[in-house]
Design a protein around this ligand. Structure first.
Ligand SMILES: C[S@@+](CC[C@H](N)C(=O)[O-])C[C@H]1O[C@@H](n2cnc3c(N)ncnc32)[C@H](O)[C@@H]1O
Length: 200
């Protein structure tokens, strides 16, 4: 089977790289590698999500499908004291996210490996934020991500997802609408949109 960025254990040789970028008014450095999503530059969708994400006042934030860590690490930098959990199925991505948390001075974030909500147990959050792996399958992975959010969001908590408007945008919006009872477009740009659903 060919290798994807969402392989559990990428077999491609690790080729490290360094991304430097400014997000939400702060400078960040991220170590990346082949075998993880968008390892040469920060993805445009990720940037839109990070620039527009609404951080919860309380209850913690889950960055599901964290890759090398940009979403959760920026959240932790902006809101010290916020409980941030980052998860990914790709072990190489998880190792990079841990290293990048230390590198960017937010060592107290937690990073766990595993499929969807399996590494989360029964924890609930004020926000679940993700650039979801559309290529892993809308029905196989992304729909369970949306359905699972219902059991892992506190009352009033938000699910925030970025998607390419022309590659799954409409389908994802209707999933959020169906399972969370509403879906708002909170940001648009460069062919992407950020969708938000709220519990309760
Ligand atoms: C589009 S990438 C986003 C990565 C990172 N958040 C970013 O914005 O650069 C989606 C991520 O979801 C991860 N992923 C794919 N299937 C998954 C699953 N079943 N459970 C958890 N993470 C998964 C991939 O490994 C990948 O890192």
């Amino acid at each position: 089977m060919s290798e994807h960025y969402f392989s559990k254990t990428p077999s491609s040789p690790e080729r490290p790289g360094l991304l430097m970028c400014r997000l939400r008014g702060h400078d960040f450095e991220f170590v990346t590698s082949s075998g993880v999503f968008s390892h040469r530059r920060i993805d445009r969708g990720t940037r839109l999500l990070v620039e527009s994400m609404v951080l919860p006042e309380e209850g913690g934030l889950l960055d599901l499908g964290c890759g090398y860590g940009p979403v959760g690490i920026v959240a932790a930098k902006l809101r010290p004291g916020l409980r941030v959990l980052m998860t990914d199925v790709n072990e190489r991505a998880v190792d990079l996210a841990r290293a990048n948390a230390r590198r960017n001075g937010v060592a107290d974030v937690e990073v766990r490996v595993g499929d969807l909500y399996e590494p989360v147990g029964d924890e609930v959050f004020g926000a679940i934020v993700s650039n979801p792996p559309i290529s892993a399958g809308l029905h196989r992975v992304v729909e369970p991500l949306v359905v699972g959010a219902v059991g892992h969001l506190a009352d009033g908590g938000t699910l925030q997802l970025v998607v390419q408007s022309r590659k799954g945008g409409r389908a994802l919006a209707s999933l959020v609408e169906r399972h969370l009872g509403g879906c708002e477009v909170v940001a648009r740009g460069g062919g992407y949109r950020v969708l938000m659903g709220r519990m309760g």
